[in-house]
Structure formats: structure tokens, C-alpha cells
Write a protein that binds this ligand. Structure first.
Ligand SMILES: Nc1ncnc2c1ncn2[C@@H]1O[C@H](COP(=O)(O)OP(=O)(O)OP(=O)(O)O)[C@@H](O)[C@H]1O
Ligand SMILES: [Mg+2]
Length: 232
């Protein structure tokens, strides 16, 4: 469904992506891991059209995303939860949730949110900026679900979230995936990546340096240590 082929991108003269290739198949949860600054977020932004690719391409169900304006990418069926969540602090929860819609949300769209995140229902009039970090993450994911995407791209959903809530977010991602949505996940939390991803790409200096199933990667502590600098 999502195919990224030899993607290059630069900020000014600095080339940050030097040929990233990866695939997310139907129904998969795919992890993209790497140290700080290797280009994970830039990869996601290039897929979403928020950073222009200087070479290579990303296609989704055969459509060339790299040729599309950024505002046309979500309509292809791709939801994006940026690093830091992208909640508008002065808009209410309800406004944040439905801001992607041209019309009043349907009963189905409301149900999509409240079935998955019932706790948001009691906070619809609260300002986004006053939600806790964990609640903001739920809101950001819920905002994607409203658009009924086929793929959701998550950039470090567990960053800054306390361990007990990480488990919850993990289980929410799993449930969303079971309902038929593929996931591309950038994650620093190795436990989360191992628990929910089917395959994992490791990135270094703007390129993919390793790909394997999560199960296989678990048995290669040397690889994990080399590219992530931590113990598997
Ligand atoms: N808007 C920008 N202008 C210039 N350089 C940038 C910009 N955004 C990112 N960079 C640089 O590009 C490189 C890759 O950044 P990116 O955010 O993609 O890394 P990352 O792998 O997501 O890191 P982290 O794990 O810290 O989120 C870094 O060296 C960063 O300083
Ligand atoms: Mg990042």
C-alpha cells in the first residue's frame, strides 16, 4: 500500500534523507527506528508532502504522493499524527477533532471517536492545550480516525508519556490496526516497537540500514545496540 523508494530530501544545502526505501503492506504495523536526528520525522514529512523530496518517490495504492500538494495527501487515506501531537491549544477538543471536515461530523464519525476514546466525550468543550500529554495524544489519534484513513502514520506517540499510559496507547494502536488500518510507527520506546510491530526498519544518517521482523530483531542485540545504542 505505502511504498517509499529511494527518497532524498534536504534542508537548504544539508541532505537529510539519502535514499530511504520502505514498505507498509495492507494491515501491517511497521516500525521506523533510529537515533535522534537520523531523519525519521523528515521521512514522514516527505511522505506527507510537508517536506519536498528532491529525488525518489512515495506511492500509496499506486498514487504518487510526492507529486501531490500536502493538503491533498490526507484525502488519499493517510492520517498523520506529528511528533509533539499538533494539537491547537486554544481550540476546544471538539474543534480540534473535527477541523479536517468540511461539514458537521456525522453520527458515524462521532461514534468512531467515542467508541475508541470515550474519555474525550466528557472533555469536548475543554481547550486542547489544557489536556494532559496522554489525552492530547489520544485526541491527535482520534482526529485521524475521524477521517477514516487506511493508513495512520504516528511519530513517537509515546514520547513524554508515563509508562502506565504507554501500555494504553499501545493497546489503542493495536485495536485501530485490528479494525483494518495499517500503521507506520516512529518509536523510541523499544518495548512498544517490539510488542506491536510486525516488521522494523532501522535508520541511520538518512538511510535505512536494516530491516527485519520484530521477532528476528529481538534476537540480534548487536544490531539493536549498533543502531539504537540500547539493549534489546
Ligand atoms: N526545518 C528544518 N530545518 C533545518 N534542519 C532541519 C529541519 N528539521 C530537521 N532538521 C535537521 O534534519 C535532521 C533530521 O531531523 P529529523 O527531525 O528528521 O530527525 P528524527 O530522526 O526525527 O530525530 P528525533 O528522534 O530527535 O525526533 C536533524 O539533523 C535536524 O536538525
Ligand atoms: Mg523526530
Amino acid at each position: 500500500m505505502l511504498e517509499v523508494h529511494d527518497l532524498h530530501a534536504s534542508y537548504g544545502k544539508v541532505e537529510v534523507l539519502r535514499g530511504v526505501s520502505l514498505k507498509v503492506g495492507d494491515g501491517e504495523i511497521v516500525g521506523l527506528l533510529g537515533r535522534n536526528g537520523v531523519g525519521k520525522t523528515t521521512t514522514l514529512k516527505a511522505i506527507m508532502g510537508l517536506v519536498r523530496a528532491s529525488a525518489g518517490r512515495a506511492t500509496f495504492d499506486g498514487v504518487d504522493l510526492t507529486g501531490l500538494a500536502a493538503h491533498k495527501v490526507p484525502a488519499q487515506g493517510i492520517g498523520y499524527v506529528p511528533q509533539g501531537r499538533g494539537i491547537f491549544p486554544n481550540l476546544t477538543v471538539e474543534e480540534n477533532l473535527f477541523l479536517g471536515l468540511r461539514q458537521v461530523p456525522s453520527a458515524k464519525q462521532r461514534a468512531l471517536v467515542f467508541d475508541r476514546f470515550p474519555q474525550l466525550k466528557d472533555r469536548m468543550d475543554q481547550k486542547g492545550g489544557t489536556l494532559s500529554g496522554g489525552e492530547q495524544q489520544q485526541l491527535a489519534i482520534a482526529r485521524c480516525l475521524v477521517m477514516q484513513p487506511k493508513l495512520i502514520i504516528l511519530d513517537e506517540p509515546t514520547e513524554g508519556i508515563m509508562p502506565i499510559l504507554i501500555k494504553e496507547i499501545r493497546s489503542e494502536i493495536r485495536k485501530i490496526n485490528r479494525a483494518g488500518v495499517s500503521i507506520l510507527l516512529v518509536e523510541q520506546n523499544l518495548v512498544t516497537a517490539f510488542k506491536i510491530c510486525s516488521s522494523i526498519y532501522l535508520m541511520e544518517k538518512g538511510a535505512i540500514v536494516h530491516r527485519s521482523s520484530a521477532a528476528d530483531l529481538k534476537t540480534q542485540p548487536d544490531v539493536v545496540h549498533r543502531y539504537l545504542g540500547m539493549a534489546a
